[in-house]
Design a protein around this ligand. Sequence first.
Ligand SMILES: [Fe+2]
Length: 196
Amino acid sequence: MTTKDLELTSETIVAFIGDIFNRRGADSYLGEQVTMSQHMLQGAFFAEQSGAKDELIAAALLHDIGHYTNEFPEDALEKGVNNYHDTAGAAVLAPFFPRVVTDCVRHHVGAKRYLCATDPSYFARLSEASVHSLELQGGPMSDTEVEVFRQNPNLDDILQVRFWDEDGKDPSLETPPFEHYAPVLQRVVDRFAIKT
Ligand SMILES: [Fe+2]
């Protein structure tokens, strides 16, 4: 039995995600100088360095997991989710992680569009690849979209995870491996499992 055949539970989900990092992490990250796992680990690294709570370290680590939803069992996506990696990532995490984590994952593309519309200095932080994908993602938000986005109770956390997303594109930065963050993920999963 491979990890891919594991039934996903709060006991198996962290190892399952770790297996994705180990097998697929070397994939390139859409025109950036870092691999997918470097990018996500760097996000978690910056979150941890800044003393962020476990949930935000988890969100930074997993924000792009939606690029790997084909690794998850088919029923993980059965709730009519489209192929966009932000919403797909949130959908596969939702059974195991609290809303603050899934909100940060679901809205990390929206956060870029929001910040481009509301913060003139933000656009300068975007990488070349991220400027290109901004166009494909709909460009800066309209005033109406900004108003709706602002209502999210997790707005500050969503924006913070987006800033770590921007920072996590440095090919020379070494980070601890996935295993360093696995206990953080497990704490978040366990706390959520107790509540549900
Ligand atoms: Fe990212």
